[in-house]
Design a protein around this ligand. Structure first.
Ligand SMILES: NC(=O)c1ccc[n+]([C@@H]2O[C@H](COP(=O)([O-])OP(=O)(O)OC[C@H]3O[C@@H](n4cnc5c(N)ncnc54)[C@H](O)[C@@H]3O)[C@@H](O)[C@H]2O)c1
Length: 284
């Protein structure tokens, strides 16, 4: 049975970073979270503490919250990471320049055997690798939101990733109680590429009047056992987020990802899904 590394660094303690820190703490690692300092560090600490409390309430935490939190430290910069850190996952905002900068700083702080990973949902792992001194020690670990409850992690392999890293990273994912799927670096990886395509086709069906939103979602939920239909899923992710991903996949993979006009219209009208109370469905 694989174990997670004894010391893990997480850069960015936002929605994803806090979840990633939480699951590694729960698996017994010492975790250093790098945040922009001041209020951001306190907010990250609170998110992680709240997440651990929630896990404990649901009976999903081995040990107690205080012990897990005792293994957490917050740092102001990746240059302060412990040289003995075995894995660093970056989860800063989706900007290639920012990600390259924090990954380079982390690489200079940790030992040559450490593994560096990006949690990017859409950027090229291959291009990020080009910013590093040791691209062989780098790969994508694409966690899903919310991290503690999601079972899947995509292990994204760039051409220069050392082959043995794939097995090592997969072992860590399984030690977190999650399932790894290995994907070669390409736009949208496996999950977004298929998920977004299904969502776009559902929107086109709505545009063409094939069926209403409820019928389209129910067809996939009951007919194909999807836990959530493609339009409900688009509402959950956010129509603006889906549109941005579709535009990127349209540019990189071609016409089949062209965003439907209805999606553009809804985003322009501020109907962004659950977060605004209205998307393809309405929410209280
Ligand atoms: N939200 C999702 O559903 C989701 C799912 C999978 C992957 N991702 C990816 O995860 C990454 C993070 O997304 P998120 O939703 O957690 O964003 P977020 O905005 O919630 O968190 C980003 C955090 O990074 C911090 N930060 C900014 N600059 C920093 C710096 N220089 N050093 C350290 N910390 C810094 C911010 O203060 C913030 O707390 C993105 O690449 C995103 O594409 C997001």
């Amino acid at each position: 049975m694989s174990r997670v590394p004894a010391a893990v660094g997480v850069i960015g303690g936002g929605r994803m970073g806090a979840g990633i820190a939480q699951v590694f703490l729960a698996a017994g690692a010492r975790v250093a979270v790098v945040e922009a300092g001041g209020d951001a560090a306190q907010a990250a600490h609170n998110r992680i503490a709240d997440g651990l409390e929630e896990a404990a309430r649901r009976g999903k935490l081995d040990g107690d919250v205080a012990t897990a939190l005792g293994r957490l430290t917050l740092l102001d910069s990746p240059t302060e990471l412990d040289p003995a850190t075995g894995l660093v996952v970056e989860a800063v905002p989706e900007r290639a320049d920012l990600k390259a900068e924090v990954l380079r700083a982390a690489e200079a702080a940790v030992g040559p055997e450490a593994v560096l990973a990006t949690n990017t949902s859409s950027l090229s792992v291959t291009e990020l690798a080009a910013a590093l001194e040791r691209p062989a020690r780098f790969l994508g670990l694409h966690f899903f939101n919310p991290v503690p409850a999601s079972k899947l992690v995509e292990v994204v392999v760039a051409p220069e990733t050392a082959p043995e890293l794939v097995g090592t990273a997969g072992g860590w994912v399984r030690a977190l109680g999650k399932t790894d799927v290995v994907v070669n670096d390409s736009p949208g990886f496996a999950s977004s590429r298929l998920g977004v395509l299904l969502g776009l086709e559902a929107i086109r069906m709505l545009e063409e009047g094939v069926a209403d939103a409820e019928a389209i979602d129910t067809a996939m939920e009951l007919g194909y056992r999807h836990p959530m239909g493609p339009l409900r899923s688009t509402d959950l992710v956010g129509l603006d987020v889906r549109l941005a991903i579709a535009e990127y996949l349209h540019r990189t993979l071609g016409e089949r990802f062209a965003p439907p006009q209805l999606l553009r219209d809804k985003v322009a009208a501020g109907e962004l899904g659950r977060k605004t109370g209205r998307g393809f469905h309405t929410y209280d």
